[in-house]
Design a protein around this ligand. Structure first.
Ligand SMILES: Nc1ncnc2c1ncn2[C@@H]1O[C@H](COP(=O)(O)OP(=O)(O)OP(=O)(O)O)[C@@H](O)[C@H]1O
Length: 217
């Protein structure tokens, strides 16, 4: 089992007291499987993704990545797992401004201990072949998003966590990036958990998990 989420609950403190955001969420994700996380705004999708990424811990319940309960790991071990096994594509692209597109890609591969491989081929699939020597600030939002996707895929993570990864792209470019992510998952046997508001994109993935007010609907 790649990812196991069991009976996860999470509340946030507010001025009106604790506000429950996740109220007992359970699901599993296998290698090579793609899962769309859907639900209306505020239903807890990003919160759940952050917990799975180990950026925060649940109040109760357990999240296991490759059999490791991430709440029970030391900070160092959790960071190592994130670096080696997990790829994040979040809405803030977090590209390194002082590095070119090429160097952003290769840096991320090396950070995960992987060889970058054929950068030109990846850039072509990302539609960024002519942009490898540019810096992030010289790219459009959609181009930066594609670098962020490429940077994650080049590190060959075993679990890809993506929050609206095609939100800044037009429909056809978004579909091409979805196909790229799905191919990569198929080729490497990784798993993909992707938050999306788009039913059309959700339908491109194997399974769907719909959240309603913090519960699986
Ligand atoms: N750090 C926090 N402190 C307090 N409340 C929070 C925090 N993070 C999220 N929330 C609240 O938790 C609820 C769920 O937020 P979350 O971002 O998980 O929803 P979402 O389903 O991803 O929404 P969207 O589709 O709009 O991105 C919201 O009511 C939000 O205000």
């Amino acid at each position: 089992m790649l990812l196991s989420v069991r009976a996860v609950e999470k509340s946030f403190e507010t001025t009106d007291g604790p506000q429950p955001v996740l109220r007992g969420v359970s699901f599993e994700l296998n290698r090579g499987q793609t899962l769309a996380l859907t639900g209306e705004s505020g239903s807890g999708k990003s919160t759940l993704l952050h917990l799975v990424a180990g950026l925060d811990i649940p109040d109760t319940g357990a999240i296991e990545v490759e059999g490791h309960d991430i709440a029970k790991m030391s900070d160092g071990a959790r960071a190592a797992l994130r670096r080696d096994a997990v790829g994040l594509i979040f809405q803030q692209f977090n590209l390194i401004p002082s590095l070119s597109v090429r160097d952003n890609l290769t840096f991320h591969a090396r950070l995960a201990g992987r060889e970058p491989g054929n950068i030109a081929e990846l850039a072509e699939r990302l539609g960024l072949l002519g942009h490898l020597d540019r810096f992030p600030e010289q790219l459009s939002g959609g181009q930066q998003q594609r670098v962020a996707i490429g940077r994650t895929l080049i590190a060959k993570p075993r679990l890809v966590l993506a929050d609206e990864p095609t939100g800044n792209l037009d429909e056809s470019t978004g579909d091409a990036m979805m196909a790229l992510m799905r191919d990569m998952v198929t080729e490497t046997g990784a798993g993909l958990l992707m938050v999306t508001h788009s039913i059309r994109l959700a339908d491109m993935l194997d399974e769907r998990l719909h959240l309603r007010a913090g519960r699986v609907a």
